[in-house]
Design a protein around this ligand. Structure first.
Ligand SMILES: C[S@@+](CC[C@H](N)C(=O)[O-])C[C@H]1O[C@@H](n2cnc3c(N)ncnc32)[C@H](O)[C@@H]1O
Length: 217
């Protein structure tokens, strides 16, 4: 549970009234904690997972992209929301972390809908086919390159398509001008760029560590 911007009791209440993860997602979260220790915090929260599935279902997503896969939790949530023949293209630099993802994609029966490309996403995203157009993208990798990923994905995104960007409140630091570390500055620049982009409408949601939903006109 990462309801960063809610009082703890309210966060617990919210989670208790949200459809929870199934046993396989619970097992993946547990195994990620055992294997990765502190790094397990990179995994999205259960309520975000539910949100991703619902968004994919609501827009009837057919061709999705994920930048930042880690051990595969968010990819499972997106893949589960796709239409029957839907596909998800995942990008990550780590063979090691995504080997866990591959195991759990088999267990959840979504492996056939996911293609994983290993390497720097700033380069590998250009390998995406131009058809069909992307209708849903989730950006959750290195924060300094969000702007790069955003621009590449925009060129593949269909009108009406959605980009979801994670961690856009960056522990609340983006709102405090005295915070100047590299990641905060990069995230602030990304947020400013999206807010000023005439090609899109966007909304920042205080889910987990901030999730921005961006719709291309
Ligand atoms: C926050 S984690 C993703 C968490 C994942 N969405 C989940 O639900 O578990 C960030 C991931 O981005 C990947 N990453 C970092 N830099 C990258 C790059 N330049 N290209 C592709 N992936 C990158 C890391 O290997 C890591 O797995």
């Amino acid at each position: 549970m990462k309801a960063t911007y809610l009082e703890a009791a309210v966060g617990q209440y919210l989670l208790a009234h949200t459809t929870g993860p199934d046993d396989v997602l619970e097992a993946l979260a547990m195994e990620t904690r055992e294997l990765m220790g502190e790094r397990a915090n990179m995994q999205i929260a259960p309520d975000q997972g539910r949100f991703l599935t619902m968004i994919a279902q609501l827009i009837r997503a057919r061709n999705a992209v994920e930048v930042g896969t880690f051990t595969g939790y968010s990819a499972i949530c997106i893949a589960r929301g796709l239409t029957a023949r839907g596909k998800l293209n995942c990008f990550d630099i780590s063979e090691e972390w995504t080997s866990v993802a591959r195991r759990y994609w088999e267990k959840t029966g979504v492996a056939g809908r996911i293609e994983l490309r290993i390497g720097d996403a700033a380069e590998r995203l250009h390998d995406l086919p131009t058809f069909p157009a992307v209708d849903l993208a989730f950006i959750d990798a290195d924060k300094e390159n969000y702007g790069v990923y955003y621009e590449i994905i925009m060129s593949y995104l269909t009108p009406g398509g959605l980009i979801l960007a994670d961690n856009t409140l960056w522990h609340g630091k983006v709102a405090h001008p005295h915070e100047h570390d590299e990641t905060t500055v990069a995230m602030r620049a990304f947020n400013d760029m999206v807010a000023a982009d005439p090609r899109v409408t966007s909304i920042m949601l205080p889910i987990a560590d901030g999730l921005t939903m961006i719709r291309k006109h």
